[in-house]
Design a protein around this ligand. Structure first.
Ligand code: 5GP
Length: 278
C-alpha cells in the first residue's frame, strides 16, 4: 500500500511537472507573480517590468509629418489642435532598454473608460491616421500592448488610463519648459542641456529626448513603480549624463510652434481621407 501511494505520488508529481512545462497549469495569473514564468501555451511569460516610461510627443514637430487628414488625427483639429506635450504612452520597460508587450490576452473595452474619453481625446490623442499596431487585432493597442504589462502595478484598463492621466498632469513638462523660457517658436533654438536641466531641476530625474531634424519630437520621463521620478534608461544603461541622454538631438534644438493643418486653414493643401485608410 505504502509502495502504491509512493508510486501514485511520484506519478502525480511527474504529471504536474509535465503539465507545467506544457503550460497546462497557469503558474502565474496576470499581476500575481509567484516567480514561475510559464504561460498559457507553454510560452514563457514575460517577466515583470522594471520601471515606467511616460512617453510624450510634441505636436509642433510630430504634426509636420501629416500628409493626409482624418477625423482621428488631432493634428487636423485646426485651432483646436494640441499645443502642449501630449501622451504617446505609459510604457512599462526593462532596465536593459527592452520592454515587454502584450502580456495577457485581455481585450480593450472602450466602455470601461467611457468617463475618461474627454481628457483622453485632449491629452492622449492620435497624431496620425490609421490604427497603431495592436496585439490581437482591433483597437485599443495601448491597453493591450502596454497596459496589460503594467497591470501588476496599475491594475485594470480603467486604472491604467486614469493613472497615466494623473501622472501626466502631475509632471507637467510643458509648464516646466515654458516657465524656464523654452516656449514654442519657429525661429529660436534652445540648448539641449538647458532643456534637460529644466526637467532635472523640476523632477529630480533625467529625461530622454528624441528629435527629428533638430526639433524635439518626443520627451520621456521615467518613474519607479511607485511613480517617484527616476532617470530614464539610455541605450543599455541608465545615465544622468545630460548630453548622452539625448543622442538623437543636436546641442541646440527647436520646439516648433504648431502650423495649422486641415480644419479652418484655407491655405492647407492637406487632403482628408476616411479614418484607418492609411
Ligand atoms: P516608435 O518606432 O514610434 O518609437 O515606436 C513604435 C511603438 O513601439 C510605440 O508606439 C510603442 O508602442 C513601442 N515602443 C517604442 N519604444 C518603446 C519603449 O522604450 N518602451 C516600450 N514599452 N515601448 C516602446
Amino acid at each position: 500500500m505504502a509502495v502504491l501511494s509512493a508510486k501514485l505520488a511520484s506519478a502525480a508529481l511527474a504529471f504536474i511537472l509535465v503539465a507545467a512545462s506544457l503550460g497546462l497549469i497557469e503558474a502565474r495569473e496576470a499581476g500575481i507573480g509567484i516567480g514561475i514564468e510559464i504561460g498559457a501555451r507553454g510560452k514563457p511569460r514575460q517577466r515583470e517590468f522594471d520601471y515606467f516610461n511616460l512617453a510624450l510627443q510634441w505636436p509642433g514637430t510630430y504634426c509636420q509629418r501629416t500628409r493626409h487628414c482624418c477625423s482621428s488625427n488631432a493634428c487636423c483639429r485646426g485651432s483646436n489642435s494640441p499645443s502642449v506635450f501630449t501622451i504617446h504612452g505609459l510604457w512599462p520597460d526593462y532596465n536593459d532598454g527592452t520592454w515587454p508587450a502584450c502580456c495577457t490576452r485581455k481585450h480593450f473595452d472602450e466602455k470601461e473608460i467611457s468617463t475618461l474619453l474627454d481628457p483622453l481625446e485632449k491629452y492622449w490623442p492620435s497624431l496620425s491616421c490609421g490604427n497603431p499596431s495592436s496585439c490581437h487585432g482591433g483597437k485599443g493597442s495601448f491597453w493591450e500592448k502596454h497596459g496589460t504589462c503594467s497591470a501588476p502595478v496599475t491594475g485594470d484598463e480603467y486604472n491604467y488610463f486614469l493613472t497615466t492621466l494623473n501622472v501626466y498632469f502631475k509632471y507637467n513638462v510643458t509648464k516646466v519648459l515654458n516657465e524656464a523660457g523654452y516656449v514654442p517658436s519657429n525661429t529660436e533654438k534652445y540648448p539641449l542641456g538647458g532643456i534637460v536641466s529644466a526637467i532635472q531641476n523640476a523632477f529630480h530625474a533625467t529625461p530622454k529626448l528624441a528629435c527629428r531634424n533638430g526639433a524635439v519630437e518626443e520627451l520621456h520621463i521615467c518613474f519607479y513603480k511607485d511613480f517617484k521620478p527616476r532617470d530614464c534608461v539610455v541605450g543599455s544603461s541608465s545615465s544622468s549624463d545630460v548630453l548622452s541622454s539625448s543622442n538623437s538631438c543636436p546641442n541646440y534644438i527647436s520646439l516648433p510652434a504648431y502650423a495649422s493643418l486641415g480644419a479652418g486653414n484655407a491655405e492647407s493643401k492637406i487632403s482628408w481621407v476616411p479614418d484607418d485608410v492609411l
